[in-house]
Design a protein around this ligand. Sequence first.
Ligand code: FRU
Length: 480
Amino acid sequence: MEWTREQRYKKYSDWDAATLLQLQAQAATSKYQMHYHMHPLSGLMNDPNGFSYYNGEYHLFCQSYPFGPVHGLKSWTHYASDDLVHWHYLGQAINPDMDKDNAGAYSGSAMAHDGKLLLMYTGNHRDADWTRIPYQIIAEMDQDNHITKKDEATILPPDHVTEHFRDPQLFEHDDKFYVILGAQDKKTKTGQIDVYESTDLIHWHENGYLSLPNEMGYMIECPNLVFINGQPVLIFCPQGLDKSITNYDNVYPNMYLIGKDIDLSSAKFSPAQLAPINLDDGFDVYATQAFNAPDGTAYAISWVGLPDSTYPPTDQEGWANCYSQVKQLEIKDGQLYQHPVPAMRNLRYNEVSITNKKIISSDAKRQYELKLKIAAGQSSSLHLSDLILNFNTSSDAHLTVDRSHGPAINPDYGATRTISLGDNQDLDLDIFIDGSLCEIFINNGRHVMTLRFFSKSNTTISFDQNINYTGKLWDMHSIL
Ligand code: FRU
C-alpha cells in the first residue's frame, strides 16, 4: 500500500487505539520477529537515540513510527536496562506535539547532568509549504522518567547550512559541553560535522566544521564521538561518499574513523587512518549510536535497517527493522573491534559441543548462538537454512555471506557481502540468529556482518562437506 504524506504525518492523537493494538498483535506473532534483540512493538523503528547511563540504569530511546512500516511522523520511545541485554519498555518519551517538532522528533542523544538526563534532539519543523527548519531542542528527564521539553530551540541552523542539519550528540569533554551535528554545507553541498561549544548549556558558540581527512559525500547523518582508551573514534554515516575513498556496498554507509587526537575548541580531528572504514561488513547496519559509560567503556548499538530501503516480508506484516545487540568497542593494533557484552552469555541454554560434524543441527530453534573455530586451509560453505556462508581459510582467504536463496531484499545492492581474511589462518565465527536477524562476529570482533534474512524456518545448520572445526551451539532465551 502506498502511504500518502497526509497519512504518514497524521497526528498521533488522530489514530485510534484499535489500529495500534492490531499492529502490535501482528508484530508480536510474526515468525520473523526477534526475541532477544530490540524490535518495534508496532510500525517502524530506525536510529537508536539517547543511548546513555543515568540513575543506575542504561537508557535507550528509539526513533519510531508506530502506525506502519514507513518513515512517518517520528517520535522517541524509551527503554531501560541494567545489563544492556534485557530492555524494559517505558513508553513514548518524546512525541512530535509542538510547533518546532511538528514533522517529527528526529534523532539525538542524551547526557546525564545535574541529576537529570538531558535529551537533545532535532525538531523537524515543516512550514505550511513543507519547507523544513531543523531546530535542536533539549528536553529534561527526571529520576521518575518524566520528560519536559523546552519550547525554545537550543541551536538554530546557521546561515551556511542547508535544511539538512540534525542528529545532535551532546557530551561533556575537558569541562566544557559540546554538540556535534550532521550537516550539509550550503555552498559546497558537502557532508560536514558541525561543532558547538558551551559552558552553561544555554549559550552555544559554533566552532565550525570538524576537519576530516576526506570529502564525506553530500551529507553526514548521525555523527558520534567516543573515546576508547583516550583515543577519539568518530562513528558516522557519510551519505554519497565517493567509493574511491572507501568502497561500500549498501545504499548508504556507516563508517568509523579512529583519531590520534581531537581538539574540539578548534574543531580539529587528527586522524590515525587515511580514510574511514566500514563499521559493519554486512547488508543492513546504519545510524549506529555509541557512548562512553561512566567507567569509560564505549558501547554501540546499530539500527538494522537502511534509509530508502524496504524489507517486504515484514513490511507486509506492518512492522519494520530492529536493532543489533549492544557491542562493546575496543581498539587493538590500530583497528576497531566489536564484542558482545558479557550479559549476552546469560541467554544461552542447551549447550551442545560439536566437532567436525557435517550436520550441526536439523531442528535448531529460531533463536540460537553458534560459535565455531574453523581450521586453516579449507574451503566450504555453512548453511544456516537458506543463508549461506562461503569461506576459504587457505590462500585468497575470505568469507562471503550469501542471502540470494531467500526473498530478495534491496536487490539493487546485491545479495552477497565478502570480507578478506588473513591467508592460512583459523577462522573464528560467533553467529547470533534471532528470527530474521543474523549477526556474525568474525575473528573475535575484528569484523561484524549484520543482516536480515527471511527463511521460512531456521531449523537446519550444516556444512556442505566434512571439514575440520570445533564449535558450540546454544539455544537463546526469548526475553524481548
Ligand atoms: C537517519 C535519519 C536521521 C534523522 C532520522 C529521522 O536514519 O535520517 O538523520 O534524524 O533518521 O528518523
